[in-house]
Design a protein around this ligand. Structure first.
Ligand code: OGA
Ligand code: MN
Length: 361
């Protein structure tokens, strides 16, 4: 049949791939509604572990589902572990709503600032103040050779070697340059922001840390948070040293495919993973892609630790929920309510941010 040769049927997929396919966003195209009004296909969420309700019933009557263990910690909530995945820890609702807002602000304003790199560097060179430019409805314009009179009108914030220069301009300045200029709205670039890297810079093309790239230390507040969160998963008597962080930005249909984080030298140290914004589904597999993964919800303010054996487990994010019913972003409506904050609210209504902190050596 046409096109079927390259499409593996379910029996050819790994267990991890099957789960990704099960939870991924598909649209219901059975109805003839226009593209814009397409509804997400209903998905069966009955097998997704929900640590929010597990925490509630544990607090009420000490009940826990089979295979889940609660450890006591310095936080004012328990740490949940899975008997089948030693080294994996789930701490629900650790961050207050104010702290979540603070990390959302940082993730959008300071974290993507050079020398931290983002997915946009490869094409545009280092981009400064993207969030502010988006808020001010600016346009990023390419100039092959720069007429000095026009140059002075723009922020000299962008450069990419000598050949191409990209600058943020006011919308009306862009039109005065004629149609020959390539340009892109800052708001579109913000929607297309996929990652930024803090501390030691991760080189995605080589999948390793490039210690020769210029970098700043992990910001103190994030360092402090990571040390506090890592403590329960650290080898006895050792302190966690946060050296690198990857910030992932997820839009509506974005996913993070099944992977291992295997570029850090010492796997006994945990990876600390902090969730912000829209609710997501996290898949925690086993050491082989053939092992059926566990699915669980990740909500804003939850923290996950992966240490020891759990570092060898495939994991990924096949789905984020941006619809009102499932996204669970209502608390942000009142937090980001003043005029100056509306841009953060608009962003987070349909996005998820994940801050992933690592000790590299
Ligand atoms: C990663 C990762 C998980 C998440 O960045 O390596 O696994 O919750 N992120 O986004
Ligand atoms: Mn990972």
């Amino acid at each position: 049949m046409y096109g079927s040769a390259n499409v593996p049927d379910d029996s050819e997929r790994t267990a991890f791939r099957k789960a990704e396919k099960k939870y991924k966003l598909y649209y219901d195209d059975s109805s003839k509604s226009s593209k814009k009004r397409r509804q997400p296909k209903q998905v069966d969420l009955s097998e997704v572990l929900d640590f929010k309700s597990i925490l509630e019933s544990y607090r009420q009557n000490g009940d826990l589902p089979p295979g889940i263990v609660a450890l006591h910690s310095d936080f004012d909530r328990p740490l949940f572990c899975l008997e089948s995945r030693p080294g994996f820890y789930f701490i629900p609702e650790v961050l207050s709503i104010e702290e979540q807002c603070q990390w959302i602000r940082e993730s959008l304003t300071t974290f993507p600032q050079p020398p931290n790199r983002t997915n946009h560097d490869a094409f545009y060179g280092p981009v400064n103040d993207l969030f502010v430019a988006a808020k001010e409805k600016k346009v990023l314009v390419e100039e092959a050779s720069v007429p000095t009179s026009l140059e002075s009108k723009c922020n000299p914030s962008i450069s990419n070697g000598d050949v191409h220069r990209w600058k943020f301009c006011e919308k009306h300045e862009e039109s005065s340059r004629g149609n020959a200029c390539k340009s892109i709205l800052a708001s579109v670039l913000l929607q297309k922001l996929r990652w930024s890297t803090l501390g030691l810079q991760f080189d995605w093309s080589k999948r390793n840390y490039n210690v020769s790239l210029p970098h700043n230390k992990i910001p103190d507040a994030l360092c402090h948070l990571a040390k506090r969160m890592a403590a329960p998963a650290m080898p006895k008597g050792e302190e966690f040293h946060p050296e690198a962080a990857i910030v992932n930005y997820f839009g509506m249909a974005d996913t993070l495919g099944g992977h291992l984080d295997d570029m850090e030298a010492d796997w006994s140290k945990p990876i600390i993973s902090l969730s912000l914004g829209c609710k997501a589904i996290f898949l925690l597999g086993g050491k082989s892609r053939e092992d059926p993964p566990l699915a669980m919800f990740l909500r804003s303010g939850d923290i996950v630790l992966m240490a020891g054996e759990a570092r060898e487990c495939f994991h990924g994010v096949p789905r984020i929920f941006t619809d009102k019913e499932h996204a669970e972003i209502n608390p942000f409506e009142s937090q980001f309510s003043v005029e100056d904050d509306i841009c953060f609210l608009e962003y987070i209504r349909t996005s998820r941010i994940n801050i992933n902190i690592r000790q590299v050596f």
